[in-house]
Design a protein around this ligand. Sequence first.
Ligand SMILES: [Zn+2]
Length: 144
Amino acid sequence: MLYISDKLIRAMEQEAQRAYPRECCGVIFGRLDGQAKYAESLRPSENSFEEGEQYHRFRITAEQMLGAELYARREGLDIVGFYHSHPDCPAVPSEYDRSHALPVYSYIIVSCVKGRAEDLTCQQLGKDTDYTRFAKEEIIIRGV
Ligand SMILES: [Zn+2]
């Protein structure tokens, strides 16, 4: 279960629209508390995938991850998940998304159709201890 503000949802949608027709991507910071995750801030990452493939792929490099981990440590936060967009595709995780995902984290996908954010889903790998597939994770909007 991911608790997140409407403001952060809108920020991810804006990122998706700004990056269109490429995929945007970024890290979600907050607090982990058992099964619950509380999102508090976002940090957009540069999509480091090859230019010609960015319409359907994103990559956050090891260096970017290290930067995100150091940022989280400085701010006293945890990394609670990642977000990216699907330009002109449904907000359904691809096989590529699944094979590059890690358990526990929330994976938010924003579907951006013709440059407009239209749908958003949240997935988690290894829910119900099945690490071979994504399962939808509930999002609870709190705050503005
Ligand atoms: Zn994807």
